[in-house]
Structure formats: C-alpha cells, structure tokens
Design a protein around this ligand. Structure first.
Ligand SMILES: [Zn+2]
Length: 113
C-alpha cells in the first residue's frame, strides 16, 4: 500500500497533502498534478509520546514523529520505536493506525531503519 504525494507538472515541486495551487511556482492552479508514491525512507526530525489516546487506538501509548522523507517531504507518522532519537534514520510502512466501527484509517508507521 502507498501514500501518494502530488507533483506539480509545471515545476516538479512535490506536495503532501494535496494543494489546489502549487506553492513553489504559483503557476499551476489547474489541478495539473501527478500522483507519486511517497518514499518510505527518511530521517526523524522530532517526536513526542502520547498517553491519553481515544479508545479505538489499539495501543497503550503512541509515539508520533515528524519525518523528512528522501524527497524532502515532511510527514507525520506513528513511531514503532522504543528509544527514538532525533536525527535517526527510519523506514515507514502504510498500516492501519486507527480501527473504526465501519472503516479503518491508514497512516505511516515508522521503524528504525
Ligand atoms: Zn509548480
């Protein structure tokens, strides 16, 4: 499974999440974006741990991190890492992060690379 970013067809700038107007060139406001899968490898920029989670998260605590991916896109994801360190290399997988009654939400879960 993949999470997609959106590449401007005019200047190649990559956006995540989707934007209606390219933030790099400003010229692209006609939805001319190409879907590209996000890379899975990146660097952990910062993180926090959450202990008061809604009941439908299937974990007792959760690490949340901001990761800069290989293409410089920054993404928030869950951390499945015991002793996270800022600057460590990580690799992500798209997994169910929240199980709902009728549907489940997918997101990126990062592990030590
Ligand atoms: Zn552009």
């Amino acid at each position: 499974m993949e999470i997609y970013a959106y590449k401007c067809k005019k200047c190649d700038h990559i956006h995540y999440p989707f934007r209606m107007v390219c933030k790099a060139c400003g010229q692209n406001n006609f939805f001319e974006f190409e879907q590209v899968p996000l890379p899975k490898k990146g660097t952990l920029l910062t993180f926090t741990e959450l202990y008061s989670l809604p009941a439908d998260f299937m974990v007792s605590k959760m690490g949340l991190g901001i990761v800069e991916l290989e293409n410089k896109v920054r993404i928030t994801g869950q951390l499945a890492i015991e002793n996270a360190r800022i600057g460590m290399p990580v690799v992500g997988e798209v997994e169910v992060v929240r199980r709902g009654e009728y549907d489940s939400q997918y997101g990126m879960v990062f592990r030590e690379a």
